[in-house]
Design a protein around this ligand. Structure first.
Ligand code: 5AD
Ligand code: SF4
Length: 442
């Protein structure tokens, strides 16, 4: 139980890296207010959920959690719903889960201390739901980064693209970028603290527009990569419409920029892309793939795909399968289309039955598995550099990640055990569709 002098909180995060990073900001804010983070709901006085509403399943998760722990309210525990579901559902959350005390969207985290004071003073319900148009909530003086080697930096918030299926423009508001100066200052600070890997984040990270006009996205990437101490720079997610050749050129010329691009395609059919309002055709997408394939360094490409968008015919779906063969992705996140509130596609005719969506998803995933089996196998015999992420004690294997974002599990002799955060050369000795195995060389 939380007493006045021992304020404890438990935070669970759902969804994307933006949410993971937002949670780091929330954790820092709570700590600055005298709270202590605990590992279980039972130990906590305040239970927070940072939520995701990208698909219905993700949204339902938080309501299940709230139902599961409702009884703890009797012990005086307080509940808070943060993030995208909070922004989307607003005060309706109190109706559905009356034991919730705080509903706070991601643009309002800076108001959390004030909201907590009100709750501590006995107020039963508070909300923080900004209109999302004005906020510039990049300030991260309290950010409590949870990984001491890899740090996230949000460079652009929100989304202006309004894809027909997507709830993000409604939950995260308009696109707004942070100045390149402030991004670089933060990256430099992180390098000084010992971080060697930086991940630049944004819903459409490459739609970045420096408010002072000093650097393009590609220039910003190179500048972060050139900072002393920075060994790896990643960025996610990219929108194909704004993906310029200069990004490929930056990866070619700056070794610290990881040779991996996540470029969500969503569908291989131009007709479906048009209905999705994705702002590019299949050919325009493939043009970007050609740039990457022609690069001097091999660039690994991953993507997101939605199957069963309203009106998607068998032929459209086959075009997506064919695209998988053409691109040969190293990874695909695939989803069944999920109708979302406020989005235009909600009103589209020709919904695809759930059974058919499941069938298409299974066919696509099976095909991609075979592609990945081949793609991963190519590395056997190679020496690859990994950043050591930790150890799987049960299997006696270390876990590393390659520049091209593959997981490489490896063994090391008793005498020469690596430390997390270090970079090691590993000989790849085997492969699976989603990971590599190897032995540490040096
Ligand atoms: N249904 C299914 N998948 C979706 N995504 C976004 N909105 C939906 C939706 N309504 C997927 C897209 C996006 C990823 C983050 O989630 O593929 O790139
Ligand atoms: Fe959603 Fe499209 Fe914006 Fe991505 S680009 S966040 S899919 S609206």
């Amino acid at each position: 139980m939380a007493g006045g002098s021992d304020k404890t909180f438990y935070l669970e995060t759902f969804g994307c890296q933006m949410n993971v990073h937002d949670s780091e900001k929330v954790i820092g804010t709570l700590i600055s207010q005298g709270y202590r983070q605990v590992a279980t709901v039972e130990e906590a006085g305040l239970i927070l959920y940072n939520t995701c509403s990208i698909r219905d399943k993700a949204e339902q998760k938080v309501f299940h959690r709230l139902a599961d722990y409702k009884k703890l309210q009797a012990e005086g525990k307080k509940f808070a719903v943060l993030g995208c579901v909070a922004q989307q559902e607003g005060e309706k959350i109190f109706e559905r889960a009356p034991h919730v005390s705080i509903v706070c969207g991601s643009a309002s985290y800076r108001n959390l201390p004030e909201m907590l004071v009100q709750i501590e003073a006995g107020k039963s319900r508070v909300t923080g739901l900004d209109d999302r148009q004005t906020d510039e909530c990049f300030e991260t003086e309290f950010t409590a980064r949870t990984n001491p080697h890899r740090g996230y930096i949000t460079i652009i918030e929100g989304c202006d693209k309004f894809c027909a299926y997507c709830v993000v423009p409604f939950t995260r508001g308009k696109e707004r970028s942070r100045t390149s100066e402030s991004v670089l200052a933060e990256a430099r600070r992180m390098a000084e603290l010992g971080y060697t890997e930086i991940q630049l984040l944004g819903q459409n990270v490459n739609s970045y527009q420096d408010p002072l006009g000093k650097k393009s996205f590609a220039e910003l990437l190179s500048a972060v990569g050139a900072l002393p101490g920075i060994k790896r720079v990643r960025f996610t997610s990219s929108h194909p419409r704004d993906f310029g050749r200069d990004i490929v050129e930056a990866i070619e010329s700056e070794a610290s920029l990881c040779n991996h691009v996540h470029l969500p395609v969503q569908s291989g059919s131009t007709r479906v892309l048009y209905a999705m309002q994705r702002l590019y055709t299949r050919d325009e997408y493939l043009e970007r793939v050609v740039w990457m394939k022609a690069a001097q360094r091999e660039i690994s490409i991953t993507t997101d795909i939605i199957v069963g968008f309203p009106g998607e015919t068998e032929t459209d779906f086959e075009e997506t399968l064919w695209l998988l063969d053409e691109v040969e992705y190293d990874g695909v996140f695939s989803f069944k289309y999920s109708p979302r509130p406020n989005t235009p596609a909600l009103k589209y005719p020709d919904a695809i039955p759930d059974g058919e969506k499941s069938r298409r998803l299974a066919v696509l995933q099976e095909k991609q598995r075979e592609i990945q089996r081949r793609r991963y196998q190519r590395h056997v015999g190679e020496v690859m550099e990994v950043m050591v992420e930790g150890k799987n004690e049960a299997r006696g294997q270390w876990i590393g990640r390659t520049s091209d974002n593959k997981v490489l599990n490896f063994t090391a002799s008793e005498a020469r055990q690596p430390v997390p955060g270090s970079y090691r050369a590993i000989t790849v000795t085997g492969s699976f569709p989603n990971s590599l195995v190897g032995e540490m060389v040096i």
